[in-house]
Each structure stands twice: as C-alpha cells, then as structure tokens.
Design a protein. Structure first.
Length: 359
C-alpha cells in the first residue's frame, strides 16, 4: 500500500517509463453528493500491482501528472466514473485513455461486458466478486479486500492486448476516434445542472410549463445537495419534485401531501420551492424546455427505423462491432426524423458508418 509522498513519487517515476498502466478506483457513495475515494489501484504488469491510499496522501498531484501524460496509455474498464473521480482528486485532466469495456464493443465481444466477464471470456480466469459492497474508507483493509482490489487491475494490460488483436484494421480507426473523446472532460463529467430535470422519472409526461418548474427546482436542489454534500435524493426525492411540477404546488400543505417528504423539509425549503414554482410559471414561452414526450412513430417512420436498424446490424456484423455503439433507439429515431439537434451520428466515424445507407 502506497501511503507516503516519497513512495508515490517513486512509483510514478516507474510508471512514466511504462507504455501502459492499468487503473481502477474504489469509492463509497451512499451518503455524499460526490463519491468518497477510498482506494486507487494501479498495475505496471500482472505481477507489479499496487494500491494507493488516498486517505493517507494529502497531495495526489504526482498521480495526476501520470494521468495527464500523453505518452502513457491509461487502461480502465468502464472509464467515465473513474476519470471523473480521479480528475477531482488530482486536479489533472487524464489523457490517452483506453477503455476495455468500450474497446470490447469494437472486437465483436459486446460493449456492455463487466470486467469479470471479459476476463473470463479472454483469459479463462474467474474472478471472485465478494467485496462489491465493502467499505473502502475503513482501515486497515483486510486480505480479501486487497486481493479483490488488485485483481481489478492485474489483468487489464493483457485484456487490452487481446482485445486489440481481435479488432479489424479498418475498424481500429473508429476505436481510436472514440478513445480520443476521453481527453475532453466534457465526455465523462455527466450532465449539467440545467439538464438534470430530464433524468427525473415522470418528466416525460410533463408539459413544457411544468418542465420549466421542474428544471428550476432541480437546479436549486443540485446546488443545495452540493453545498451540503448530500445525495440529491436526501434533499428532496424525485417523485416529490415531479408531483410539485406537475400540479404547480404553491403552498406548504400541498407540498407536504405530495409524497415522501417530511414536515421538517417542507418547513425548511417550502418557501423556496414556492418561489421556484412561481418563477417557472412566469417564464416566457420562448424560454420553456421542449417536451420530453416521445411522439409515436408513424407507419412510414417505423419502416424507416426498421430498415436503419437492419442496416446497422448487418454492417456491424461485417465490421465486428456492437450495433449499440452506433446509437440507441431514441437517437436513431431522431435520425430518421431528420432532427436538427446535434447528434453523435452526424459527425465522426458514425457518420462514415451510416454514409452508405444515406446515399
């Protein structure tokens, strides 16, 4: 376990001389707004694996410099959350990322495999997953925890080599293009506060005016949760927000009766919520969010969508990639409806992939 700045710098010096370094993180995220980083795993080879203790190290900038080193490949499995956590912990933007989960989708292995499933498929090694609910903030770690954590990086370098060997040469440039996106934090930091309302269950059934109310309340809740370092659901739960927005609730009694919300919470936040309801009601028509309700497909649109999906499936099979990488049903529906909204399918390798269909 790396617990001193001296040892961390020594390890980082070795890592900077390595072609590729495997990474993983363990964290706890039940009672805070942002994850609490409990452990960082790093492997220079299958036998040269290390645990870095972020609880013992005040300065993780040496690690950040490695993450930002474009000369060293950083291997993750399902990279976005790890990258976000490490960026926050180190203050550096990670560069030159290889995501083995995503890469597997370009190697005819599927783009949603867990690390343990991918390792079993490629290396015929079955990992034990007994510590998935462990408390990574507790010290000392026991042997089961350390073995579990080390196994999450031990095989990643080998996995990368084996996955790359399965990717067709003409498909490799698509993978490279996709991996380059990880150099931009916007690709993994998630949605903005003003977009959070669209993730609330039930938002799809609200009209534009109610969505404006929901948007304003969600922006406020995000700020409050961040300030108090509490999960957003600990401030006010999603179903309550949806009920307030749907019915334009503007008094304490109605808010209290709207769902799972305590009298204490209503007393604390009721006046603020009422002000937000009124501000949403007062928004100009031109400043209302667009409806999230998905219109039913016309018969001709269903046929076009079916043809598009069939084309994607057939061409994906030829190129050895997971069809899901091209786009989900919502994205493909927008495509056949010729939506003017920016989309992944309108540029880069996906545009190239679909060009023959469009012609």
């Amino acid at each position: 376990m790396i617990t001193t700045t001296k040892d961390l710098k020594a390890l980082m010096a070795r890592a900077h001389e390595t072609d590729a370094v495997a990474f993983d993180t363990e964290f706890v995220w039940e009672r805070t707004y942002v994850p609490r980083l409990g452990l960082i795993q790093l492997a220079l080879s299958d036998e040269d694996c290390f645990l870095i203790d972020p609880l013992a190290l005040e300065d993780l900038s040496p690690l950040g410099k490695l993450l930002a080193d474009p000369a060293v490949v950083k291997i993750f499995h399902d990279a976005p959350q790890d990258l976000s956590i490490l960026r926050t912990a180190t203050g550096y933007d990670p560069q030159n990322i290889f995501d083995s989960r995503l890469a597997a989708g370009f190697a005819a292995l599927g783009s949603t495999l867990s690390l343990s499933a991918l390792i079993e498929r490629l290396l015929d090694i079955k990992l034990t997953k007994t510590e998935t609910r462990t408390n990574w903030l507790k010290r000392p770690l026991d042997p089961k925890q350390t073995d579990y954590a080390l196994d999450d990086v031990r095989y990643l370098r080998a996995v990368r080599v084996l996955v790359l060997a399965r990717i067709l040469p003409e498909t490799k440039q698509w993978l490279d293009e996709e991996m380059l996106l990880f150099n931009d934090p916007k690709h993994y930091l998630g949605i903005t506060d003003s977009e959070r309302y669209a993730k609330v269950k039930g938002a799809g059934s609200l009209d534009e005016r109610s969505l404006a109310i929901l948007q304003d309340i969600c922006v406020w809740r995000e700020s409050e949760a961040r300030k108090r370092d509490k999960p957003r659901g600990h401030i006010i739960k999603d179903p309550v927000l949806a009920a307030i927005a749907r019915k334009h609730l503007d008094n304490h009694d109605a808010i209290l009766a709207s769902g799972e919300i305590s009298a204490k919470t209503v007393k604390q936040y009721g006046d603020t919520i009422i002000q937000l309801v009124k501000s949403g009601e007062a928004r100009s028509e031109s400043n209302l969010p667009q409806s999230l309700h998905s219109k039913k497909l016309k018969k001709s649109e269903k046929a076009s969508l079916h043809n598009l999906q069939e084309y994607i499936t057939l061409k994906s099979d030829v190129n050895g990639i997971d069809p899901a990488l091209i786009g989900n049903k919502s994205e493909l529906t927008k495509l056949i409806r010729q939506s003017t909204e920016p989309s992944r399918q309108s540029n880069g390798w996906r545009k190239t992939f679909l060009a023959e269909m469009e012609s």
